[in-house]
Design a binder for this molecule. Structure first.
Ligand code: ASP
Ligand code: MG
Length: 440
């Protein structure tokens, strides 16, 4: 079986839906299991409307109904086709507005409508195109999760029932169109797997049925060697490992979280990120096998804050480090790129949030704190960073020729990445320079 996952942006317009129906049609002999997430923007709208219903007492899901009606109409389907679900959603909204209460459980129930509507709409369209398809709620084929609403994890015990249910489709003409993102807990309440959780569904179901391949379809060509907005000749990265993928998650490159991929990848099932606009290109494959000593990509994140805490008075370096990170953790501040000396500790925070300000106020009680804003992290990723002193030397040589001074740096013994900070304004030229050195 072949898992084909389509998310928000790939099903944003009727043209795109027609296009992916075509992609599925070409792969019918591979027995596709389609995983679908909500239409573009719908999960956000559902969330916003739900919170509005609590705060204002007014229910307004109309834009959501309209989007689906228009989509149905443009695809030549009955615009009233999803009326039943719309009615259920409306009732949920009324409940929230009356009780003025939105529990994580109710929010998950409301968010689930996006995927439930999309799967039905999409299956109906496939059927109309002569591709027999059945919309299935993931929980109806046995996807059970824990009760961690908003961030639930599928239970290993659901594997066998998912396999049994989907195996039936191996010998039928019909293809299953399964909702991503949602499941049910032991008591039968709907849960969600967290934002962008459809990829997790795809990976979980793929590993349950021992799929021959898991395809995550996007509207980009895959992971790129650098941001193509900055580097015109950026290339598609052919393959990345789970370790490399982990490094990339923080940089928002659209790579899936490795814990979502691990079940499939560790079974040796290829997970591919493919481009719906160029379906014949190989895309990026995620595997757990290294592929030699390569540098894969250059990522960056702007608008970070560099913080330096110095305390010559605290003689025990360990105490300084422990105190600082205890405080950051207590305030929920995420930090990156740690370095320390005997009297100082430095780190990067993603942004200057109120939580960070509170934490720094506490740190200032025992250390001098310097704050440097408008910083960017540049990260060169690839297991090839290992034993690649020459390239590293060339990178720093290149930067000094550019007049760019890297500030904080981190390069650990695992060496799947090397990261350093520069000023925001130097990001474009730095990324271009490194790309040139590494890939040309
Ligand atoms: N529709 C959900 C979201 O927008 C899940 C997903 O897209 O994977 O987060
Ligand atoms: Mg999404």
């Amino acid at each position: 079986m072949l898992i084909m996952k389509f998310g928000g942006r790939t099903i944003a317009t009727p043209e795109r839906i027609r296009r992916i129906a075509g992609l599925i049609k070409q792969r019918l002999s591979q027995k596709p299991v389609v995983i679908i997430s909500a239409l573009a923007g719908i999960t956000d709208l559902l969330e916003r409307s739900a919170f509005q219903a609590v705060s204002t007492g007014k229910v307004n899901f109309v834009p959501i109904y309209l989007k689906h009606e228009q989509m149905l109409e443009k695809l030549g389907l009955d615009p009233c086709f999803l009326e039943g679900l719309c009615r259920d959603l409306e009732a949920a909204g009324r409940g929230v507005s009356l009780l003025k209460e939105l529990t994580p459980r109710t929010l998950d129930y409301i968010l689930s409508f996006g995927e439930r509507m999309a799967a039905r709409l999409f299956a109906a369209y496939l059927s109309k195109q002569g591709i027999q398809a059945e919309a299935l709620d993931a929980y109806a084929i046995g996807l059970k999760t824990d009760s961690n609403f908003g961030n639930a994890h599928p239970l290993a015990s659901s594997v066998s029932s998912i396999r049994k249910r989907l195996n039936r489709y191996r010998n039928t003409k019909a293809i299953p169109v399964v909702t991503g993102f949602i499941g049910k807990d032991k008591t039968g309440e709907i849960t969600t797997l967290g934002r962008d959780g459809s990829d997790y569904t795809a990976s979980f179901i793929g590993s349950a049925v021992d799929a021959e391949e898991i395809q995550i379809w996007r509207d980009v060509p895959g992971v790129m060697t650098a941001d193509p907005h900055l580097v015109k000749n950026a290339l598609v990265v052919k393959s990345i490992t789970l370790n490399e993928a982990s490094e990339l998650v923080y940089y928002g490159t659209g790579v899936l979280h490795p814990y979502m991929l691990a079940p499939a990848v560790n079974k040796g099932i290829p997970v591919k990120i493919l481009d719906m606009m160029n379906p014949d290109l190989p895309g990026t494959i995620i595997s757990n096998r290294g592929d030699g000593k390569k540098i894969k990509t250059i990522a960056y994140k702007k608008d970070a804050v560099l913080i330096n805490a110095v305390s010559p008075e605290i003689f025990h370096h360990r105490r300084l480090v422990t105190n600082v990170f205890e405080i950051l953790t207590r305030h929920g501040v995420f930090f990156h790129l740690l370095t320390s000396s005997e009297i100082s500790v430095s780190f990067i925070a993603g942004a200057e949030t109120p939580a960070l300000q509170k934490a720094l106020r506490e740190i200032k009680m025992f250390a001098r704190v310097d704050i440097m804003k408008n910083k960017a992290i540049i990260c060169v990723i690839g297991e090839g960073m290992k034993d690649n002193q020459k390239t590293i030397g060339r990178i720093f040589g290149g930067l000094s020729a550019l007049g760019v001074k890297p500030e904080m740096m981190s390069y650990n013994p695992l060496k799947t990445n090397m990261a350093f900070t520069v000023g925001n304004k130097d990001v474009a030229k730095t990324v271009r320079k490194i790309h040139n050195i590494v890939f040309n």
